[in-house]
Structure formats: C-alpha cells, structure tokens
Design a protein. Structure first.
Length: 323
C-alpha cells in the first residue's frame, strides 16, 4: 500500500509514519523536518550561542553522528563558531574500536577536529577490567559516570561554551520516566539539556531532543552517514532497559507519550527550584576536585571501590554526581 506525504501540495511517497503527529512524510519533507526540529531545539536550548567552541560528544553511533552532521550543517559556516568532536574510548573489546573508526570517518568527511580520551588515561582502568573486578556492579553505572566526567573535562579544556550530546526523544523520555518512577525528582534538574551554567560544568544541550530514535536512524540511512550498528556487550545489564520497553508499549498505545514526558519535566522544573530537598547545588569532590553534589563524586567512588578502598555498598546507593 502506497501512502502519500502529508505535507501540503506534496504527492510524494511517504517513507515514515509519525503517529504522534498523525502524519506521513516523504523523503524530502522528512529530512527537512529533522533539520528544522534540530534548529528549533538548538535555538531554544542555546539562545545566546553567538560564538566560541561547541564540543560534540561523538561515539560513532547513529545518534551522535546525526547530531554532529546537523550541527555542522546549521553552524558550520557561521563565523566565530568552532565545532570539535570528542570521543571516549572506554576499553570495551570488540565494540569501541569499531565505533571509533566510524567517528573518525565522519570527522574526516566534515573536516572537524577529533579528540579521543581513554579510560586508561582518565581512570587507570577500562570498562571490561572493572566489570570483572566489580562483578556486583552494573557496568553501565561506572562506565556512564566515568564517560560523563571525561567528556566534561575534555570540553572544559577545549574552552567549549556548550557540550552537545546525541540524546534523542526516546532517550530523554526514558530518563524522565526513570527518575519519576524512582522518586528522584532532583535528577530532572540535573539531566540534559542544562538551562544554566554551573562552575566547572560545561552546559550540555541535546539538539535531537524532539527527534524519535527510529527517525534518527532513518535520517542517518537516507543521508548515507557512516555510523556503527554494534551494541555494547554490557548493554543487556543496563537498568534503563525495562523503561525503554515500557515506553515503547506506552507510545504505541498512546502516541505522543514521549513528548508528554518531556513537557512534564519542563512544568516540574520551576516547582523544584525552591525545594531544598531537590537542590542541584554543585560542590567539589574531595578526591578529584571535579564538580559533585556530594563529598565524593561517583566517578571517584567507583575508582576507590576498584582499589578496594571503599565497600560496594557505598557505590550501590544512587549517586551524587551531576549528570
């Protein structure tokens, strides 16, 4: 069955259905819609971005690759703005080397500087070795906080005014749902995008916030972008997997649920500002000096546990680092 594009005056063949908007779009109008949604989010999240270095976290997967390409398309010719890609090599055998190759290829195509940081340099270990040393911990827990710290350090050293992440609509909606279910409303203030700068932290933006994951994938394929399809071998243990599946079912039953979750966060943020229990005040970690909302940041807590200096129970408590 051939379905026509919903755009006014267009009779092209639709390549995507969008139940949340009750529309179907052809190849041309779909690509234009992704660019426009990204442009609007960029303007909303970074309205005063006039110049400086914009760092882009680049894993080599579809999301970060599309984010980099779109930012280059929207900002690459603007005087005073410099794009730099940052990748983190966590030391995951049979996985990260492949995605880094894709990251290098897209940076080469676009002529964008590419900085690579490794866990060996940052932590003195790798995700694989740490997973074996701390079998009771979910690898995504320590890997995630170490990666965030490495990205923030690299962006800060580059003098970046913003750090762009490849989070798509599904990613952000899952995070909102997860924080609400866990009764951790303070994390709604900590998650990207960051509306304001805090000392030591490069404000993060998520330009793909209004683009669903399947549409990011389709855009990448239609554009012929080099990205890696591999899945991290540790991903099956990730805590957010259950929320991903719940959200899929919810979106199928009630189209627009992902957008509603993000709107819910926006409505809750002003209510959380005056509550000291949800304060997102950032202090300094007593071990590394990096920003932290606790005496010791979670990246350092995992490093100390890895060295046998802290009990596992310390790091099993939901953490203290700003995300």
């Amino acid at each position: 069955m051939i379905v026509e594009c919903s755009a006014p005056g267009c009779r092209g063949v639709a390549v995507i259905d969008q139940p949340y908007a009750a529309t179907h779009l052809c190849r041309t109008h779909f690509r234009e819609s992704v660019v426009e949604r990204t442009r609007r989010e960029l303007h909303r999240q970074a309205p005063r971005l006039k110049g400086g270095t914009l760092a882009v976290a680049l894993s080599g997967g579809k999301d970060s690759t599309v984010a980099l390409v779109l930012l280059h398309r929207l900002l690459g010719s603007r005087r005073g703005i410099r794009l730099v890609a940052i990748s983190v090599d966590e030391g995951i055998e049979g996985y990260r080397s492949q995605t880094l190759e894709s990251a290098r290829e897209v940076c080469s195509r676009l002529g964008i500087p590419h900085v690579v940081r490794t866990f060996e340099e940052e932590v003195g270990s790798t995700t694989d070795r740490t997973a074996r040393a701390l079998p009771g911990e979910i690898p995504c827990s320590f890997c995630g906080v170490w990666r965030r710290r490495a990205l923030n350090r690299a962006a800060r050293e580059l003098g970046a005014v913003r750090l762009a992440l490849g989070f798509n609509l599904d990613d952000l909606a899952q995070t909102v749902l997860m924080n609400l279910v866990r009764g951790e409303p303070h994390r709604l203030r900590q998650m990207s995008p960051h509306p304001e700068a805090q000392e030591g932290l490069v404000p993060r933006i998520a330009p793909l916030a209004m683009v669903p994951e399947r549409e990011v994938y389709l855009f990448a394929r239609l554009e012929g972008l080099p990205f890696d399809h591999a899945t991290c071998p540790h991903a099956s243990r990730a805590g957010r997997n259950v929320f991903r599946e719940v959200l899929w079912d919810l979106e199928a039953a009630v189209p627009g649920s992902r957008h509603a979750l993000l709107r819910t966060r926006e409505k809750l943020l002003p209510l959380l500002e005056g509550d000291p229990a949800t304060s997102s005040q950032v202090r300094r970690c007593s071990v590394c000096g990096e920003p932290s909302s606790g005496a010791v940041c979670r990246p350092c807590a995992y490093q100390e546990a890895l060295r046998g200096l802290l009990p596992d129970s310390y790091i099993s408590v939901p953490g203290s680092d700003p995300s």
